[in-house]
Design a binder for this molecule. Structure first.
Ligand code: FES
Ligand code: FES
Length: 165
């Protein structure tokens, strides 16, 4: 099938790519834009390894056609850190041992970022609900939940310090 020119904003930068309209967003991110931090796992919508944010909300990029994402703001794991400064959730994952093989980690970080963007004091049940679409074969989930709680605590403290001037 003929390639089609597509335009997105990816991690804050406008990008244009020529790709088949049958390609998923996951395929375009990894194969055309070389953003391989987003993982492909089941490619059936079951594992969450391919989670990215579109307009700030998590979606499964293996189930989305790239051509339907045109003009959207897409955030991948490559856009999560601020330069050399890790996002608090990335830092907490590292400190808590929430990543083992790491294959699921970008997807968890995307889902967790969405949660913390909307809820700065999530309960364990709210964390579990937000991460319910992400599967991990290694960690048993406990350390992942601890990491989200740690990041939330630090982000609240940082926001309070900023507000206090
Ligand atoms: S690769 Fe998309 S949900 Fe598994
Ligand atoms: S750390 Fe290995 S699958 Fe989650």
């Amino acid at each position: 099938m003929d390639k089609q020119l597509m335009t997105f904003t990816v991690n804050g930068e406008a990008v244009q790519v020529a790709a088949s309209p049958t390609k998923t967003l996951l395929e375009v991110l990894r194969e055309e834009l070389d953003l391989t931090g987003t993982k492909h796992g089941c490619e059936l919508g079951h594992c969450g390894a391919c989670t990215v944010l579109v307009g700030g909300a998590p979606i499964l990029s293996c189930l989305a056609l790239a051509v339907e994402m045109q003009s959207e703001e897409i955030t991948t794991i490559e856009g999560m850190a601020d330069g050399n400064t890790l996002h608090p959730l990335q830092q907490a994952f590292a400190e808590c041992g929430a990543a083992q093989c790491g294959y699921c980690t970008p997807g968890f970080l995307m889902s967790g970022k969405w949660l913390l963007d909307h809820n700065n004091a999530p309960s364990q049940d709210e964390i579990k609900a937000a991460l319910a679409g992400n599967l991990c074969r290694c960690t048993g989930y406990t350390k992942i939940i601890e990491a989200v709680e740690l990041a939330a605590t630090r982000m609240r403290a940082s926001a309070d310090a900023t507000a206090a001037g």
